[in-house]
Write a protein that binds this ligand. Structure first.
Ligand code: HEM
Length: 136
């Protein structure tokens, strides 16, 4: 498996199980994110709930997509776009993923196995490392 794909298979399986439960985790994720980064709330004031929903959906896709790291990737494009067009700073991504993880773990209960937790940590670390390289 290439490094770019680490964790994606486990997370895909876990998120499919979660999707079957049809929970709405969006309010909790953003609430926790804004607790961790109050300045992000100001930036997202204009983003209504359908936009916030699309952003979260896109983030799930990104976590599951094995081909998403590197200079030509969707992730780099998205980050560049966020920084230049929305005033987002690169150091907001870590608390955003942290908020997601803190909401996902209890919501998934037994499905958040040690294997899934490890896949989550590896995947987020790889994305954040890619982000660091891009802004270096
Ligand atoms: C992997 C992480 C992220 C992904 C994949 C992502 C993706 C997206 C997408 C797809 C949209 C557009 C929604 C639409 O109009 O259809 C969006 C909007 C937005 N995102 Fe993110 N986002 C991420 C992280 C962040 C972070 C950390 C912030 C920090 C505050 C942020 C701030 C915003 C803002 C302010 C908008 C709305 C801009 C507006 O009002 O037009 N995003 N995001």
């Amino acid at each position: 498996m290439t490094k770019a794909a680490r964790g994606t298979a486990e997370l895909t399986q876990a998120f499919e199980a979660l999707a079957a439960q049809d929970l709405d985790l969006m309010p909790q994720v953003y609430q926790r994110f804004f607790e961790l980064r109050p300045d992000a709330e100001g930036l997202m004031q204009q983003a209504d709930s359908s936009m916030r929903g699309r952003m979260l959906d896109q983030t799930f896709e990104l976590l599951m997509d094995p081909d998403v790291l590197g200079p030509e990737s969707y992730f780099r494009w998205e980050v560049t776009n966020h920084v230049s067009a929305y005033g987002v700073s690169a150091d907001m991504y870590r608390p955003y993923f942290q908020a997601m993880g803190e909401v996902l773990a209890p919501a998934m209960g037994h499905d958040w196995t040690e294997q899934v937790a490890r896949a989550w940590r590896v995947r987020v670390a790889d994305l954040l490392q890619d982000l660091e390289r891009a802004s270096a």
